[in-house]
Each structure stands twice: as structure tokens, then as C-alpha cells.
Design a protein around this ligand. Structure first.
Ligand code: ZN
Length: 592
């Protein structure tokens, strides 16, 4: 057995201390730390936060030799237990690594627990040692020695020292821990225990509402995959960290770590679902759906994960994109959001892809493969060089679902459930997806799917949406969109150009990322759209920009002049058409 004792060494310096004990070590015992965490496809070099690694056997200090950024070894003396100690700096509020402050702790084992060579298949025990008074622990990892409480006794304060055990390192790495004096609630969904902990919420946070709504999502999804059957986990834990302005989540086999803005949490006495809360419910739905789609159904390349280097797959359009399609669609099916809001969210995803020149540069299969160096390493050129396998992947799912429904033979739900039943060991390949689509929907649909996944170019979902009575309305013109610019703007910062979309009017006029646009046709601007009050859209005008401290004048030619290029795709709003002929198809699709 491998034993990790984890303690708070210095909360205000954000330092955990880890004591790793290896019984019966190898003569040359090597160990390493993962360089990435599954679900977040980027090499993050977690070992950069390790320090002061020391080893001893009994009272004998042993030399720790470092072989690579993430790898060490110790020459041991006989079979006496090897004890390795080290410190981990934990000050990343994201869900991917670790955090420690005087009021909260959080960690993934991939950041804290060195993997012991040759011993990752045996049980791995975690001892949280002498936690600060009043701190509780949340994790889906099974607890050892849950203290027996005499009948009728009051619940005791959480024990300062608690132990947990994973059957192997892979399980340990898939169970994050939340520590601190957090809010905790529980519910049962389809007979399965669920726990929801929230750290950092405002006092007026409505926990009961969050539990009730999350329960509806969980029940919808368990029924989606299993009908009346049981899901493949006995207990599930949501860990939410509320911050001023955060957003994100990471999926695990029996839990998820989430970050959300405090203002997006439901508030007591405020009914209804506003945009912020709908976003949070969408995140909860997304990560929970991953419990099946990516934690159990997996790209064949991820069996097993290799945590020492990039694990390439072309299938993130399926695992992230299809999950993104279902997150909001299942919210709609629960009734937590209505059809107009769903169509608004869908329209936003569609506009995002329509206005990304990168869709002509990379297919979603290529974007998946390159996630490690592109999606997770965004810069000002990202919209030109890559396409999101989340959003375009969700549109592929939409088109596939509508194409399957049009055959009258199947829906995408059937494809997902068939894969669930049939994928050997959960391994999914492009061929297995295409095989199921062929069987349920026919060769033609499968051939189209293959094209959507590998083609570089626009994916037009509008004709398929028209068949179910959903029509686009052109939104009011926005000058940044018209110019093919992404800007940030405000009364203090002025108009800062973040990205210049290739082929757009701004690009052709010579605008560069990093420019500050200070005037349009001689008038100072701090909000670009204000210029619509004095220029005629489509006609020529002049931009005054500051670039590297120098002021320049750039000419935007009139639209229709060849030099202006094509106007960027306008933003579209999706609305339901009242036409009775399509209403039934739409109702079948939206589950209403
Ligand atoms: Zn995801």
C-alpha cells in the first residue's frame, strides 16, 4: 500500500506538506508527478510547484536524484519503508490543480501525490492530517473508518484527521478534495446519494433551490442513459467554489469540481432562472453528462491515460461537443429553461462558429488533436487559427440529431445509448461512432457526419433547423462585427483591439491586434458602436489608432469596394416559427 499524509504546512504561504510512505521499496525506487490532468488537455508541469523533496529510511537520510522535470529516484537500503517528504505550493483557484489559504483547501492528487513506479496498481491511501479546526472534507473517494455515532448522538465536529482509500493511482487521480468550512447539502436522485458542497457563497445563497434544480438535472440524465436502471456510481459529489468572476468545471468519475461567479448562484426570495443561473445550471448539466461521456465512454486512446505526456485524440468534437449539445438540451427537457431561452443559447453557439475564420483553417477533428497547443493556449490569433470543438462539435451533434430524426428511424439519444451498451470497456473510436450511426440512421447520414467532422469550412445548420420550424432573424448591426474585430472597450480603457479576424474589413484596412482605436472619422470613441451615430455603415470612413505609442490613420473603404472584403457574418437570433406543419417536429426534438 502507498500512503500519503497531507497536511497544511503554512496556509498563508499556500504550502501543503506531503509525506509519502512506500513499504518495501524497490532497490532503485523511482517516482513521478503527472504533467496533465484528464479533462484539461494541456501539459501543465505540475511539478513546478514542488519543493524540498527529501527521503529517509528509518533514521537514515537518502539522496533524492532528479532525472527529469517530473521524475526522481532514491537508492534504498534493504526493504525498510521509504519515507519521502515534500512541499507543494497551492495557489491556483482553478479546478485543475490545488489551492490552500486560511479559509479553504482544494487539491487534485495529480498536483499533490507523486506516483510510485511499479506501485500505481495497488491501494493508495490519503490521510488528511490535523486539518485546521472547523474544516470539513468533501470527496467521492471512499472514507476509511467512518466514526460510528451512538444512536441519537449529535453529529460530531469533523475529525481533524481523516483517511480515504483508492484502489489504485488512477482512481486517486480522479477524486479531487474540497477542504474547509463549506456549505453542504444532500439529495437522492433515482436512488443514488448526491452531495453538493459550496465554498465562498454569499449569505443569501439559496442552497435548497440549488439542490432541487440539480436533482432534476441528475434524474433527467440518469433516465437518459439508463431508463429505470441504476447509474454506474453509488454516490456523487458536486464541489462548487464561488468566486467574484470565475467559470469552469472539471469532470470526474463520481464527482465534479466547479467554479462559478457568486452572482450566478440562486438567491433566497428571487425566483426564476436568470441568464447567470442558467449558465451555472448548464455547467452542472455539462459536467454531470461527462460522468458517462468521457469518464466511462472514452476515446480509445485514453485507455489507459498516460499522465507523463500529451494523449492525442481526434474525438474531442464528440466528447466535448456532443456533451455541449446535451447540456442545455437536457436543461430544456427538465423544464428548468424554456424553448426561447434554449434557442437563444443555441444561436449564441452558432454565431460563435459563424464568426470564427478558424473554421475554414481546421476541422473539428484537427482542432481536437491540437487541443494541447491551441484550444488551451489561446492568443490573439486563436479565432483565425482554430475552431472550438466544443461549439462546432455541438453544432455537429445538432445536425446529426436532426438528420437522424428526419429519417424517422432514430435520434441522437439512441446513438448515445447504443454506444453506451456496446463500446468495449468504454473505448470509442470514430469507426465505432460511424458504425452505430450507419446501423441506426443509414449510410448517407454516417457519410455526412464524417464530412462535417473532417471538413474545414462552414457548417450550415440553418436548413436543418428550418425543417423543425426554427428560423434566423438578423440582429442589429454591431460595428466591431462589421469590421471583423474583437474588442474590449470602456470609459477608462477606450477601445482595445483583441483580435483581428482574417479577411474582415478591419484586417484589410490594416488594423492589428493590440491597436487602440481612438477616433472614427475625427471623433473620439470609447465605445466603438457610438460611431454609428455619425458614420453611414457600408460607406468609407477613417480610423485613428495608436500602435506601439505612434498614432496612425487607417482607411476603411466603402463596402462593395473590392478592397473592403466581405462583411463578416451578421449575428443571428433563432426563433420558433408558429407554422403548424413544423411545430410537431420541433416539439419532438425539444421534448415538449
Ligand atoms: Zn466538458
Amino acid at each position: 500500500m502507498i500512503h500519503y499524509r497531507i497536511e497544511v504546512a503554512d496556509a498563508s504561504a499556500h504550502q501543503f506538506k506531503v509525506t509519502l510512505t512506500v513499504a518495501d521499496p524497490a532497490p532503485e525506487q523511482a517516482f513521478s508527478l503527472p504533467v496533465w490532468i484528464p479533462g484539461s488537455y494541456m501539459v501543465r508541469e505540475f511539478s513546478r510547484h514542488l519543493s524540498r523533496i527529501e527521503a529517509r529510511q528509518g533514521t537514515q537520510p537518502r539522496v533524492v536524484r532528479q532525472h527529469a522535470k517530473d521524475r526522481w529516484s532514491v537508492e534504498t537500503l534493504g526493504r525498510g519503508a521509504l519515507v519521502i517528504t515534500y512541499f507543494v505550493y497551492a495557489f491556483d483557484a482553478s479546478v485543475r490543480t490545488a489551492w490552500l489559504s486560511d479559509d479553504r483547501g482544494f487539491f487534485n492528487a495529480t498536483s499533490l501525490c507523486l506516483a510510485v513506479d511499479g506501485r500505481t496498481a495497488e491501494p493508495q491511501r490519503v490521510e488528511l492530517y490535523r486539518l485546521p479546526a472547523g474544516w470539513d472534507v468533501a470527496t467521492a473517494l471512499p472514507r476509511l473508518d467512518a466514526p460510528a455515532r451512538p444512536r441519537g448522538a449529535k453529529p460530531a465536529a469533523p475529525a481533524r484527521t481523516q483517511q480515504f482509500e483508492a484502489t489504485d493511482y488512477d482512481e486517486l487521480a480522479d477524486h479531487p478534495f474540497e477542504l474547509g468550512p463549506f456549505w453542504r447539502g444532500e439529495f437522492t436522485a433515482c436512488g443514488v446519494d448526491h452531495e453538493f458542497v459550496v465554498a465562498g457563497a454569499w449569505p443569501q445563497f439559496d442552497g435548497a433551490r440549488l439542490l432541487a434544480d440539480t436533482r432534476r438535472i441528475c434524474e433527467e440524465q440518469i433516465r437518459f442513459w439508463h431508463g429505470d436502471g441504476a447509474p454506474p456510481f453509488k454516490r456523487y459529489v458536486f464541489m462548487l467554489y464561488a468566486t467574484e468572476d470565475g467559470y469552469g468545471g472539471l469532470e470526474h468519475r463520481a464527482s465534479t469540481a466547479l467554479i462559478a461567479a457568486r452572482r450566478d448562484l440562486p438567491r433566497q426570495g428571487v425566483p426564476g432562472v436568470n441568464d447567470g443561473y442558467a449558465t451555472l445550471l448548464g455547467l452542472i448539466s455539462h459536467e454531470y453528462f461527462h460522468t458517462w461521456n468521457v469518464k466511462r465512454l472514452k476515446p480509445a486512446e485514453f485507455l489507459p491515460y498516460d499522465l507523463t505526456r500529451e494523449n492525442y485524440t481526434e474525438l474531442l468534437w464528440f466528447f466535448e461537443g456532443f456533451t455541449s449539445y446535451y447540456d442545455d438540451l437536457l436543461l430544456l427537457r427538465t423544464g428548468l429553461i424554456d424553448a426561447p431561452r434554449y434557442l437563444k443559447m443555441l444561436g449564441r453557439a452558432m454565431n460563435g462558429v459563424r464568426q470564427s475564420p478558424g473554421q475554414h483553417v481546421q476541422s473539428v477533428a484537427e482542432a481536437s488533436f491540437d487541443a494541447w497547443i491551441k484550444y488551451y493556449r489561446t492568443d490573439e490569433n486563436t479565432p483565425n487559427s482554430t475552431v472550438s470543438y466544443y461549439t462546432k462539435g455541438s453544432l455537429v451533434a445538432l445536425r446529426l440529431d436532426l438528420a437522424l430524426r428526419a429519417t424517422g428511424k432514430a435520434t441522437l439519444d439512441d446513438v448515445m445509448r447504443t454506444l453506451w451498451r456496446e463500446a468495449p470497456g468504454g473505448a470509442v473510436t470514430e469507426a465505432s461512432i460511424l458504425g452505430v450511426v450507419t446501423r441506426l440512421g443509414g449510410k448517407a447520414v454516417a457519410a455526412e457526419l464524417q464530412r462535417w467532422v473532417h471538413e474545414r469550412g462552414a457548417l450550415d445548420v440553418l436548413p436543418a433547423l428550418a425543417r423543425v420550424g426554427v428560423e434566423p432573424e438578423v440582429e442589429a448591426l454591431n460595428l466591431a462585427t462589421e469590421l471583423g474585430l474583437r474588442v474590449s472597450e470602456g470609459p477608462v480603457t477606450g477601445v482595445q483591439v483583441k483580435s483581428v479576424l482574417s479577411g474582415g474589413a478591419g484586417a484589410l484596412a490594416g488594423v492589428s491586434a493590440g491597436d487602440e482605436i481612438i477616433a472614427v472619422d475625427g471623433w473620439r470613441v470609447r465605445k466603438l458602436d457610438d460611431a454609428q451615430s455619425w458614420i453611414r455603415t457600408g460607406s468609407a470612413f477613417e480610423l485613428l489608432v495608436v500602435r506601439q505609442q505612434r498614432v496612425r490613420t487607417l482607411q476603411v473603404p466603402a463596402r462593395g469596394d473590392g478592397a473592403r472584403g466581405d462583411a463578416a457574418p451578421r449575428s443571428l437570433k433563432l426563433v420558433a416559427n408558429p407554422n403548424a406543419a413544423t411545430r410537431q417536429r420541433r416539439a419532438a426534438w425539444l421534448g415538449q
